[in-house]
Design a protein around this ligand. Structure first.
Ligand SMILES: [Zn+2]
Ligand SMILES: [Zn+2]
Length: 284
């Protein structure tokens, strides 16, 4: 049966539906195994699990960490983590506060230039991840204040310009893997097609902290999927281990992406969810 979706967002990060609404919708389209993987928060997990129990849907706890590897944004999924882990919760909360503060500082500096930016627009551009200057630049382009991102940097956002705000250091993928390990979770590298870091994936597996690859994803075309199936096989043979293959829709809302995406359009075999659950069980 292909009724699993292991990558979904709720209003706890930048999704369009509350955990309760999302699970209800999953029931309507016949999903049996789902995972809630909000960006840098586990805030929606408990509610989703409770709602899942009502509907007979297995809800797996999850999170999607925003990290940076040599300037490239990398998302790391953590499944089955202990969502009450105090150290993890504290770190996530501090991170959230820092990001919010940075955005507010930027918005204030623009206001001083008589440019009034809607914070919601920045959040939309940031796509749930950490807010950066390119996101603000894109909003300025949309507002018609500058003609392109380069001009936004040149006039306002570059170091030494009036709206520059110093950036906090971002977590590396390896740090995210360590957090997942400490919270007894299972770590998966998300939608690898976005970053082309095959060698790094192998390195992370070699550390023993990365347990698998999101081989199936809404944005993975057949050739891409095949590439990652082969990569996983190659790494498995090299280290004589077995890795997990996961996948999902990365659903936020029907109208979130470039093309309209109904819930339940991207599904993977239940077997992948069952294997993930077995791995989670072996970790706790
Ligand atoms: Zn992602
Ligand atoms: Zn996602």
């Amino acid at each position: 049966m292909q009724n699993a979706d292991l990558h979904m967002h709720t209003t706890a990060s930048d999704g369009g539906y509350s955990p309760l609404e999302l699970v209800t919708k999953c029931k309507e389209v016949g999903l049996e195994y789902i995972a809630i993987t909000d960006h840098d928060t586990v805030g929606g997990v408990a509610e989703a699990i409770k709602e899942g129990e009502k509907h007979g849907i297995t809800v797996i706890s999850g999170i999607e960490f925003s990290t940076k590897e040599a300037g490239v944004s990398v998302h790391i999924l953590g499944y089955g983590i202990d969502v009450t882990d105090a150290a993890l919760l504290k770190m996530l909360q501090e991170q959230q506060q820092m990001r919010k503060k940075r955005m507010e500082e930027m918005v204030t500096k623009f206001a001083e230039q008589n440019i009034h930016i809607d914070e919601v627009e920045i959040l939309k551009e940031a796509d749930g991840g950490s807010i950066g200057r390119p996101h603000v630049a894109k909003v300025l382009v949309k507002m018609g204040i500058v003609k392109d991102v380069a001009e936004a940097f040149h006039l306002y956002l570059a170091e030494g310009k009036p709206c520059y705000v110093k950036k906090e250091r971002e977590m590396t993928p390896l740090e995210a893997l360590k957090w997942i390990e400490a919270a007894k979770g299972v770590a998966i590298v998300a939608h690898p097609v976005y970053y082309d870091l095959d060698d790094k994936i192998e390195e992370w597996v070699a550390t023993g902290l990365l347990h698998g690859v999101e081989v199936y994803h809404r944005d993975h075309e057949d050739a891409v999927q095949k590439h990652y199936e082969q990569l996983v096989k190659r790494i498995e043979q090299k280290f004589d281990i077995s890795l997990l293959r996961t996948g999902g829709s990365d659903f936020h809302h029907e109208d979130y992406g470039r093309v309209r995406q109904p819930l339940g359009e991207t599904r993977i075999d239940n077997e992948f969810a069952i294997e993930l659950l077995a791995k989670i069980q072996s970790r706790s």
